[in-house]
Ligand binder design. Structure first.
Ligand SMILES: Nc1ncnc2c1ncn2[C@@H]1O[C@H](COP(=O)(O)OP(=O)(O)OP(=O)(O)O)[C@@H](O)[C@H]1O
Length: 254
């Protein structure tokens, strides 16, 4: 069975751009006039020091209220506002403990009062290797299994843009490597922007490596290692880039 969920391909734009992003809390300007391009079918990782505004930028892209002085525009390659559904995956899996796994996968549709699509939810559970757990409750599953259910739920949304805020941070290193490979394949036809604190994760997954730094912050692109994600974490190119990336993260932008 092919892993990627082709039902979303028709929704995918050629690319997206964030324009004129600004965030200030009173006189503290976190960023101003930030622009960012997200190519189609690409995975971008956003890194930066704690508190520079990464999660806030993601939340603003998701259309969430962050501050009164916060705005950006999210447009497609024809400069039209991007108004399709956006999927969100965060560090907390937010699975409802009183609902079975299969119902958690379909939660978005349930909340919107849409028709349930049990077959599709089941097929996504199969893709993440958890069809056997469809009728279980989330608390009976491991952290890694719960993360894969959250991934299936994200895929169920059929959103062209997937925003991820440290979705794998709570997982142990080996589980993280497994889920990287699966997420990379399953989300290959989406535009993914992921905030992470883990340089290795970013080097493994990124088509586009973005570092947010400075005050007010700006976003700089760093060349990702050669090869197609998910890259082998033991590859020498990864260890070489790891040092470079850490250096970039530690440097204070002028
Ligand atoms: N409502 C608020 N009022 C004032 N300051 C706020 C508010 N919400 C967030 N901030 C500040 O904005 C800054 C950016 O927060 P944000 O969570 O976006 O940073 P981050 O780069 O994602 O950090 P981390 O990597 O630690 O998660 C932080 O210094 C935070 O304290």
């Amino acid at each position: 069975m092919p892993l990627s969920d082709s039902s979303s391909s028709a929704l995918a734009p050629d690319g997206l751009r964030v324009q004129k992003a600004r965030l200030a809390f009173g006189t503290r300007v976190l960023f101003d006039d930030i622009s960012l391009s997200l190519p189609s079918s690409s995975w971008s990782c956003l890194l930066g020091r704690s508190g520079c505004g990464k999660s806030s930028l993601l939340r603003m892209m998701a259309g969430l209220e962050v501050a009164s002085d916060a705005h950006l525009s999210l447009v497609d390659t024809d400069d039209h506002p991007f108004e399709q559904r956006i999927a969100w995956m965060g560090q907390q899996d937010l699975l409802l403990p009183w609902r079975r796994v299969i119902d958690n996968v379909q939660l978005g549709a349930v909340m919107r009062g849409e028709r349930h699509d049990r077959d599709r939810a089941m097929s996504l559970l199969e893709k993440v290797g958890l069809d056997w757990a469809a009728n279980s409750y989330p608390q009976t599953l491991s952290g890694g299994e719960r993360a894969r259910i959250a991934l299936a739920r994200t895929l169920f949304e059929q959103a062209a843009l997937v925003l991820m805020d440290e979705p794998f941070a709570a997982l142990d290193a080996m589980t993280r490597l497994d889920i990287h490979a699966q997420a990379c394949e399953l989300l290959s036809d989406r535009i993914v922007l992921m905030v992470t604190h883990d340089p290795l994760e970013a080097l493994r997954l990124s088509d586009q490596l973005l570092v947010m730094r400075g005050s007010p912050a700006r976003i700089e692109q760093i060349m990702p290692p050669q090869g197609v994600p998910p890259r082998d974490p033991a590859a020498t190119s990864i260890s070489h880039h790891h040092g470079e990336l850490l250096k970039a993260l530690m440097e204070q932008a002028s």
